[in-house]
Write a protein that binds this ligand. Sequence first.
Ligand SMILES: O=C(O)COP(=O)(O)O
Ligand SMILES: [Mg+2]
Length: 227
Amino acid sequence: MGVTRPSAIVFDLDGTLVDTAPDLAAAMNHVLALHGRRAVPLDRVRHMVGRGARVLMARGFSETGSPAEDRVIEELYGEFLDYYLKNIAAASRPFSGLPGVLSRLEGEAVALGVCTNKPESAAHALLQALDLGGHFGAVIGGDTLPVSKPDPATALETLRRLDADPAAAVFVGDSETDILTARAAGLPVIGVSFGYTEAPVETFGPDAMIDRFDELPAAIEAVLARR
Ligand SMILES: O=C(O)COP(=O)(O)O
Ligand SMILES: [Mg+2]
């Protein structure tokens, strides 16, 4: 029988805490339009997010014609980020039930962190725009460290900054990247069924799945008890 009281919960951001796909799609389609490409529909974008904005740009170009050459990806990324930072919360909203579950965890003195492949500046701007920033004691973005998810250093550094015991921490995410990150860091991982993923996230073997945030406390308890 393992621990049941979590020290910390580390959350992925896009597709886990916040439904950002509409604004990510708008920014990607803005860049595609600048380069004479057609728009990618929102439903497709939901399967293209999860490995950072450079990969999103590459996928957007491959989806709409000839692939972008490596040497132009940095320029596309710059165009994307410029538009995205100006429109970061035009349509992005926290997933249903999130504020309630964050308050509940805080009430139980559980430390909360964010570990995302979004640039750290974009992660802070988004959390602030949605009035969520105050909940999280640490935010690690895709450019905070020399490595990004799925490198386990990202999750472990989030916990270090929270001063939380990794042996009682849980990762929550929506994509294969998150499952790989948590596994490599030795953390139990809960998948959310409402996020962005190339294939259904349960196929990557999370320790538990939730369909709604009100299921999170019980799922945390279950994965820690099984440790
Ligand atoms: O920007 C992305 O591609 C993914 O961001 P996430 O790590 O918060 O899901
Ligand atoms: Mg995600």
